[in-house]
Design a binder for this molecule. Sequence first.
Ligand SMILES: CC(C)(COP(=O)(O)OP(=O)(O)OC[C@H]1O[C@@H](n2cnc3c(N)ncnc32)[C@H](O)[C@@H]1OP(=O)(O)O)[C@@H](O)C(=O)NCCC(=O)NCCS
Length: 160
Amino acid sequence: MSGDWTIRLVQRRDVRDLLAIEQAQFPEPWSRAMLLDEITNATTRRYTVAVHDGRILGYLGVMFVLDELHVNTLGVAPGEEGRGVATSLLDDAWADAATRGITRATLEVAVSNERAQRLYWRYGFAPVGVRRRYYERTGEDALVMWADLASRLADRPPEA
Ligand SMILES: CC(C)(COP(=O)(O)OP(=O)(O)OC[C@H]1O[C@@H](n2cnc3c(N)ncnc32)[C@H](O)[C@@H]1OP(=O)(O)O)[C@@H](O)C(=O)NCCC(=O)NCCS
């Protein structure tokens, strides 16, 4: 699914917009210093943004560990959800991962974040465990999800 935005690699000057999305969308937002540290580490990280008319609609940060990809962060600007921005960002990352010989992917997601989990299911992620009280501020558990990149699922998760 593609919309009226383009996906490009993040630039240092984007950090202010990323910070605004972090603060609006996450109970434990990363600091400016953490974000800067992440986006300038081009060896093991790949950060991309979806941009429309110079405005950042969303961003995705992944980390590479050997032949694995870890989803570090994914955020869409408030009011821009449900238009396929996250899907575009993940499609781009998956296409890039294929060129790097990445075969598996992993992430943590809050157990209550069903919307993100539905999105991840569509990329072949399935839960493999729980990290207790992973999120310090809320005390919430994280679901650990894994995906075999060769077997992307097209469908919704099975009904609970
Ligand atoms: C989770 C999050 C990243 C999803 O981003 P998004 O851009 O809304 O995701 P998408 O639009 O690609 O897909 C989400 C939904 O929109 C639907 N959608 C996608 N494109 C669409 C379009 N063009 N028109 C209508 N609906 C569309 C998808 O079918 C999907 O439906 P679902 O809710 O039943 O799963 C976003 O809601 C967010 O930033 N949340 C807060 C931060 C967060 O939780 N991040 C993940 C932490 S691990």
